[in-house]
Design a protein around this ligand. Sequence first.
Ligand code: RI2
Length: 318
Amino acid sequence: MTLEETAEKIRTMEIRGAGRIARAAAQALHDYSMEDDCTNLALYRQKMHAAADLLISTRPTAVSLPNAVNLVMKPLKNETDLKTAKQNLEERALAFIRRSEEAVSRIGTIGARHIRDGDVVLTHCNSEAALACILKAHQQGMDIEVYATEVRPRNQGHITAQTLSDAGIKTNFIVDSAARYFMKEVDLCITGADAITVNGSIINKIGTSQIALAAHEARVSFLVAAETYKFAPCTILGERILIEERSPDEILPAGMRKNLPNVTVRNPTFDITPADYVDLIITEAGVYPPEMAYTIIREQLHWDTEEMNSDFPYCEEE
Ligand code: RI2
């Protein structure tokens, strides 16, 4: 796949999921560097930065994407020799992909410890990290049942239902608006995250915050499964996470909208769940209360504010 093809697939959500788009971006940078035939370092840097910018521009909310790109790109500025610069960048990209896959697996192992035999688990959207916990618990022989939401408008819940069904897990497939109705039958909720801010708020698929609210009301635990690179360093500096709003075509086709001249279709892709409604965040580094987001950004992502001010080029947009 060319760089442009990867960027387009991320933009159109053919490649989707916060972890998957991060890995796809790292792979695209790796391949782009491999194919590059520049003869000088300055030009190589320039081309790689343009590639990084293109990838980051594809989807604005999942912070895994700029975090992955930044991890691959950041040390490039210290390189002095083209051959080594290329080699190191390519190694960093592959290392990120490897670490990301290991992180999901480790989250599964840690998350499964929070599921008990006989539990009914509700999940929303299609999160590799959340599913890793559920699948691991099932593999360990726990008898669990899942409620999986449909996830309008892109129906990612269909993928989740397929995965759960393939694994032989008893699954109830419900429309998004039925989450509160069924909450009395649920023991815990597990979702993924596209971004986690310094105050522990979770940005995830639209509808997540309503589910968290319903769980809170019903005294049902609400867990978030997320790799540490879903935490947003730029929020330490007061930057906000931009919530992507996608085309109205995903909800109502243009032909139908034509007859509704006074109607505006709004299609935010994500919403924000305040830390108050989140019990725990399961990461590959262990389980944290959302209040510890700052510590995770400082210690796990190795960011400090001084470095960020000078060195986090992909954190400038709102
Ligand atoms: P993993 C997805 O975003 C969903 O919001 C999901 O909860 C989140 O990414 C995390 O997914 P989208 O790409 O990284 O479907 O855990 O908009 O797979």
